[in-house]
Design a protein around this ligand. Structure first.
Ligand code: B1M
Length: 209
Protein backbone atom coordinates (compact mmCIF):
# COMPACT_ATOMS: atom_id res chain seq x y z
CA UNK A 1 0.00 0.00 0.00
CA UNK A 2 1.26 3.49 -0.88
CA UNK A 3 2.60 5.58 1.99
CA UNK A 4 1.37 9.01 0.94
CA UNK A 5 1.98 10.52 4.40
CA UNK A 6 5.64 9.55 4.04
CA UNK A 7 5.67 11.16 0.58
CA UNK A 8 4.28 14.39 2.04
CA UNK A 9 6.99 14.29 4.73
CA UNK A 10 9.74 13.59 2.17
CA UNK A 11 8.77 16.56 -0.02
CA UNK A 12 8.46 18.80 3.01
CA UNK A 13 11.93 17.69 4.15
CA UNK A 14 13.29 18.20 0.63
CA UNK A 15 14.45 14.56 0.45
CA UNK A 16 14.51 14.10 -3.33
CA UNK A 17 15.51 10.43 -3.41
CA UNK A 18 12.89 9.39 -0.88
CA UNK A 19 10.23 11.50 -2.63
CA UNK A 20 11.04 9.86 -5.97
CA UNK A 21 11.19 6.34 -4.48
CA UNK A 22 7.89 6.77 -2.62
CA UNK A 23 6.24 8.19 -5.74
CA UNK A 24 7.41 5.20 -7.78
CA UNK A 25 6.17 2.84 -5.06
CA UNK A 26 2.78 4.58 -5.05
CA UNK A 27 2.56 4.28 -8.85
CA UNK A 28 3.50 0.59 -8.65
CA UNK A 29 0.80 0.08 -6.00
CA UNK A 30 -1.78 1.50 -8.41
CA UNK A 31 -2.46 4.76 -6.53
CA UNK A 32 -4.29 7.38 -8.59
CA UNK A 33 -1.77 9.96 -9.92
CA UNK A 34 -4.01 12.79 -8.65
CA UNK A 35 -3.82 11.36 -5.11
CA UNK A 36 -0.03 11.25 -5.35
CA UNK A 37 0.05 14.84 -6.59
CA UNK A 38 -2.27 15.95 -3.78
CA UNK A 39 0.10 14.45 -1.19
CA UNK A 40 2.91 16.61 -2.58
CA UNK A 41 0.73 19.72 -2.84
CA UNK A 42 -0.07 19.38 0.88
CA UNK A 43 3.68 19.38 1.56
CA UNK A 44 4.31 22.53 -0.47
CA UNK A 45 1.39 24.30 1.20
CA UNK A 46 2.94 23.52 4.58
CA UNK A 47 6.40 24.62 3.39
CA UNK A 48 4.86 27.89 2.20
CA UNK A 49 3.06 28.40 5.50
CA UNK A 50 6.23 27.81 7.51
CA UNK A 51 8.16 30.19 5.24
CA UNK A 52 5.53 32.90 5.63
CA UNK A 53 5.40 32.42 9.44
CA UNK A 54 9.20 32.28 9.86
CA UNK A 55 9.03 28.75 11.22
CA UNK A 56 12.49 27.60 10.18
CA UNK A 57 11.86 27.50 6.43
CA UNK A 58 13.83 30.00 4.34
CA UNK A 59 14.48 30.39 0.59
CA UNK A 60 16.99 27.48 0.37
CA UNK A 61 14.65 25.06 2.17
CA UNK A 62 11.75 26.13 -0.04
CA UNK A 63 13.89 25.58 -3.17
CA UNK A 64 15.00 22.14 -1.96
CA UNK A 65 11.40 21.06 -1.31
CA UNK A 66 10.29 22.45 -4.66
CA UNK A 67 13.05 20.51 -6.43
CA UNK A 68 12.05 17.30 -4.64
CA UNK A 69 8.48 17.82 -5.78
CA UNK A 70 9.61 18.63 -9.32
CA UNK A 71 11.57 15.37 -9.64
CA UNK A 72 8.82 13.25 -8.13
CA UNK A 73 6.14 14.99 -10.20
CA UNK A 74 8.06 14.14 -13.38
CA UNK A 75 7.19 10.47 -12.73
CA UNK A 76 3.44 11.08 -12.60
CA UNK A 77 3.14 13.77 -15.28
CA UNK A 78 2.74 11.27 -18.16
CA UNK A 79 0.11 9.38 -16.12
CA UNK A 80 -1.77 12.58 -15.34
CA UNK A 81 -1.72 13.56 -19.00
CA UNK A 82 -2.89 10.09 -20.06
CA UNK A 83 -5.76 10.14 -17.55
CA UNK A 84 -6.85 13.57 -18.76
CA UNK A 85 -6.07 15.23 -15.42
CA UNK A 86 -4.83 18.75 -15.94
CA UNK A 87 -3.87 21.39 -13.37
CA UNK A 88 -6.82 23.34 -12.05
CA UNK A 89 -5.49 26.74 -13.19
CA UNK A 90 -2.96 28.32 -15.53
CA UNK A 91 -0.47 31.06 -14.72
CA UNK A 92 1.84 33.00 -17.00
CA UNK A 93 4.87 34.43 -15.21
CA UNK A 94 7.81 36.59 -16.19
CA UNK A 95 10.29 39.22 -15.07
CA UNK A 96 9.53 42.72 -16.29
CA UNK A 97 11.28 44.32 -19.27
CA UNK A 98 14.88 45.39 -18.64
CA UNK A 99 15.25 43.11 -15.62
CA UNK A 100 17.35 39.93 -15.68
CA UNK A 101 16.74 38.70 -12.11
CA UNK A 102 14.91 35.40 -12.12
CA UNK A 103 15.56 33.50 -8.89
CA UNK A 104 12.55 34.91 -7.06
CA UNK A 105 10.35 34.56 -10.15
CA UNK A 106 11.40 30.91 -10.53
CA UNK A 107 10.50 30.31 -6.92
CA UNK A 108 7.08 31.85 -7.51
CA UNK A 109 6.63 29.46 -10.46
CA UNK A 110 7.52 26.47 -8.30
CA UNK A 111 5.11 27.48 -5.55
CA UNK A 112 2.34 28.01 -8.11
CA UNK A 113 2.97 24.52 -9.52
CA UNK A 114 2.72 23.22 -5.97
CA UNK A 115 -0.68 24.94 -5.74
CA UNK A 116 -2.04 23.12 -8.83
CA UNK A 117 -1.26 25.75 -11.46
CA UNK A 118 0.16 24.94 -14.90
CA UNK A 119 2.90 27.54 -15.29
CA UNK A 120 4.03 29.17 -18.53
CA UNK A 121 7.32 30.90 -17.77
CA UNK A 122 8.21 33.69 -20.20
CA UNK A 123 11.65 34.18 -18.60
CA UNK A 124 13.27 37.53 -17.96
CA UNK A 125 13.25 40.91 -19.74
CA UNK A 126 9.65 40.38 -20.88
CA UNK A 127 8.12 43.24 -22.89
CA UNK A 128 4.49 44.25 -22.21
CA UNK A 129 3.52 43.01 -25.70
CA UNK A 130 5.00 39.59 -24.88
CA UNK A 131 2.85 39.35 -21.75
CA UNK A 132 -0.19 40.31 -23.84
CA UNK A 133 0.67 37.76 -26.54
CA UNK A 134 1.04 35.03 -23.89
CA UNK A 135 -2.40 35.90 -22.50
CA UNK A 136 -3.91 35.54 -25.97
CA UNK A 137 -2.12 32.23 -26.53
CA UNK A 138 -2.44 30.49 -23.15
CA UNK A 139 -5.61 32.05 -21.66
CA UNK A 140 -4.19 32.07 -18.12
CA UNK A 141 -6.21 32.73 -14.96
CA UNK A 142 -3.34 34.67 -13.44
CA UNK A 143 -0.32 36.58 -14.74
CA UNK A 144 2.60 37.03 -12.33
CA UNK A 145 5.10 39.82 -12.95
CA UNK A 146 8.35 40.13 -11.03
CA UNK A 147 10.75 43.10 -10.71
CA UNK A 148 13.95 43.38 -8.68
CA UNK A 149 15.16 46.84 -9.66
CA UNK A 150 13.66 50.18 -8.71
CA UNK A 151 14.39 51.24 -12.29
CA UNK A 152 12.48 48.35 -13.89
CA UNK A 153 9.63 48.39 -11.38
CA UNK A 154 8.19 51.42 -13.23
CA UNK A 155 7.78 49.28 -16.36
CA UNK A 156 5.33 47.06 -14.52
CA UNK A 157 2.56 49.57 -15.13
CA UNK A 158 2.76 49.07 -18.91
CA UNK A 159 2.91 45.30 -18.45
CA UNK A 160 -0.20 45.31 -16.24
CA UNK A 161 -2.06 47.51 -18.76
CA UNK A 162 -1.02 45.25 -21.65
CA UNK A 163 -2.31 42.15 -19.84
CA UNK A 164 -5.61 43.78 -18.92
CA UNK A 165 -5.86 45.09 -22.50
CA UNK A 166 -5.50 41.53 -23.81
CA UNK A 167 -8.08 40.16 -21.35
CA UNK A 168 -9.70 42.34 -18.69
CA UNK A 169 -10.66 39.25 -16.67
CA UNK A 170 -7.13 38.00 -16.08
CA UNK A 171 -5.82 38.66 -12.56
CA UNK A 172 -2.41 40.28 -12.40
CA UNK A 173 -0.17 39.59 -9.45
CA UNK A 174 3.04 41.57 -8.94
CA UNK A 175 5.98 41.17 -6.60
CA UNK A 176 9.71 41.50 -6.08
CA UNK A 177 11.96 43.34 -3.64
CA UNK A 178 11.13 46.95 -4.68
CA UNK A 179 7.39 46.29 -5.08
CA UNK A 180 4.91 47.20 -2.35
CA UNK A 181 1.22 46.82 -1.80
CA UNK A 182 0.71 50.54 -2.44
CA UNK A 183 2.73 50.41 -5.66
CA UNK A 184 0.76 47.41 -6.88
CA UNK A 185 -2.52 49.28 -6.33
CA UNK A 186 -1.11 52.40 -8.00
CA UNK A 187 -0.27 50.54 -11.24
CA UNK A 188 -3.61 48.73 -11.39
CA UNK A 189 -2.43 45.24 -10.41
CA UNK A 190 -5.03 42.95 -8.85
CA UNK A 191 -2.73 41.59 -6.19
CA UNK A 192 0.67 41.82 -4.52
CA UNK A 193 2.70 39.18 -2.72
CA UNK A 194 5.83 39.80 -0.71
CA UNK A 195 7.25 36.32 -1.28
CA UNK A 196 6.79 33.19 -3.38
CA UNK A 197 4.78 31.29 -0.79
CA UNK A 198 2.37 34.19 -0.40
CA UNK A 199 2.17 34.52 -4.21
CA UNK A 200 0.61 31.04 -4.45
CA UNK A 201 -1.88 31.89 -1.71
CA UNK A 202 -2.78 35.28 -3.21
CA UNK A 203 -3.18 33.74 -6.68
CA UNK A 204 -5.72 31.27 -5.27
CA UNK A 205 -7.50 34.05 -3.35
CA UNK A 206 -7.75 36.19 -6.49
CA UNK A 207 -9.46 33.33 -8.31
CA UNK A 208 -11.82 32.62 -5.45
CA UNK A 209 -12.83 36.29 -5.14
CO1 B1M B 1 21.25 42.29 -8.99
N1 B1M B 1 20.56 43.77 -7.89
N2 B1M B 1 21.72 43.56 -10.37
N3 B1M B 1 21.92 40.74 -9.85
N4 B1M B 1 20.95 41.32 -7.35
C1 B1M B 1 19.90 43.38 -6.59
C2 B1M B 1 18.40 43.20 -6.78
C3 B1M B 1 20.26 44.64 -5.68
C4 B1M B 1 19.26 44.87 -4.54
C5 B1M B 1 21.71 44.49 -5.17
C6 B1M B 1 22.17 45.67 -4.35
O1 B1M B 1 22.51 46.69 -4.89
N5 B1M B 1 22.17 45.54 -3.05
C7 B1M B 1 20.29 45.78 -6.75
C8 B1M B 1 18.96 46.50 -6.99
C9 B1M B 1 18.92 47.86 -6.38
C10 B1M B 1 17.62 48.49 -6.68
O2 B1M B 1 17.31 48.77 -7.80
N6 B1M B 1 16.82 48.67 -5.65
C11 B1M B 1 20.80 45.04 -7.96
C12 B1M B 1 21.42 45.64 -9.07
C13 B1M B 1 21.67 47.14 -8.95
C14 B1M B 1 21.81 44.92 -10.22
C15 B1M B 1 22.50 45.47 -11.48
C16 B1M B 1 21.96 46.80 -11.99
C17 B1M B 1 23.99 45.53 -11.16
C18 B1M B 1 24.84 46.15 -12.25
O3 B1M B 1 24.99 45.60 -13.28
N7 B1M B 1 25.34 47.34 -11.91
C19 B1M B 1 22.27 44.33 -12.50
C20 B1M B 1 20.98 44.53 -13.29
C21 B1M B 1 20.83 43.53 -14.40
C22 B1M B 1 19.44 43.59 -14.96
O4 B1M B 1 18.55 42.97 -14.41
N8 B1M B 1 19.26 44.34 -16.03
C23 B1M B 1 22.16 43.15 -11.59
C24 B1M B 1 22.49 41.86 -11.96
C25 B1M B 1 22.43 40.75 -11.15
C26 B1M B 1 22.93 39.38 -11.54
C27 B1M B 1 22.69 39.02 -13.01
C28 B1M B 1 24.42 39.33 -11.26
C29 B1M B 1 22.20 38.47 -10.49
C30 B1M B 1 20.85 37.90 -11.01
C31 B1M B 1 20.95 36.43 -11.35
C32 B1M B 1 19.58 35.84 -11.58
O5 B1M B 1 18.58 36.26 -11.07
N9 B1M B 1 19.61 34.81 -12.41
C33 B1M B 1 21.89 39.46 -9.39
C34 B1M B 1 21.56 39.08 -8.07
C35 B1M B 1 21.69 37.62 -7.73
C36 B1M B 1 21.13 40.02 -7.10
C37 B1M B 1 20.86 39.79 -5.61
C38 B1M B 1 22.24 39.62 -4.94
C39 B1M B 1 20.00 38.59 -5.23
C40 B1M B 1 18.62 38.58 -5.90
C41 B1M B 1 17.97 37.26 -5.60
O6 B1M B 1 17.92 36.38 -6.44
N10 B1M B 1 17.51 37.07 -4.36
C42 B1M B 1 20.12 41.15 -5.20
C43 B1M B 1 20.49 41.62 -3.80
C44 B1M B 1 19.66 40.94 -2.76
O7 B1M B 1 18.46 40.71 -2.95
N11 B1M B 1 20.26 40.67 -1.66
C45 B1M B 1 20.42 42.04 -6.34
C46 B1M B 1 16.89 35.81 -3.90
C47 B1M B 1 15.43 35.77 -4.37
C48 B1M B 1 14.76 34.49 -3.84
O8 B1M B 1 14.79 36.88 -3.80
O9 B1M B 1 14.35 37.86 -6.08
O10 B1M B 1 13.84 39.18 -3.95
P1 B1M B 1 13.91 37.89 -4.68
O11 B1M B 1 12.49 37.20 -4.66
C49 B1M B 1 11.75 37.17 -3.46
C50 B1M B 1 10.72 38.30 -3.34
O12 B1M B 1 11.18 39.49 -3.89
C51 B1M B 1 9.49 37.73 -3.96
O13 B1M B 1 9.57 36.32 -3.71
C52 B1M B 1 10.93 35.93 -3.51
C53 B1M B 1 11.02 35.23 -2.14
O14 B1M B 1 10.13 34.24 -1.98
N12 B1M B 1 9.20 37.88 -5.38
C54 B1M B 1 7.91 37.84 -5.82
C55 B1M B 1 10.00 38.01 -6.44
N13 B1M B 1 9.29 38.07 -7.54
C56 B1M B 1 7.99 37.97 -7.21
C57 B1M B 1 6.83 37.94 -7.97
C58 B1M B 1 5.60 37.79 -7.31
C59 B1M B 1 5.55 37.69 -5.94
C60 B1M B 1 6.69 37.70 -5.16
O15 B1M B 1 4.43 37.73 -7.95
C61 B1M B 1 4.41 37.62 -9.34
Amino acid sequence: MADLAALTAAVEAGDRKRAVDLTQAAIDAGTEPQEILDAMTVAMTEVGRKFACNEGVYVPEMLISAHAMKEATALIEPLLAASGVTPAHTAVIGTVQGDLHDIGKNLVGMMLKGADFAVVDLGTNVAPEAFAAAVAEHHPDVVGISALLTTTRVGMKDAVSAVHGADAGVKVLVGGAPVTDEFAAEIGADGFAKDAATAAVVAQELLAA
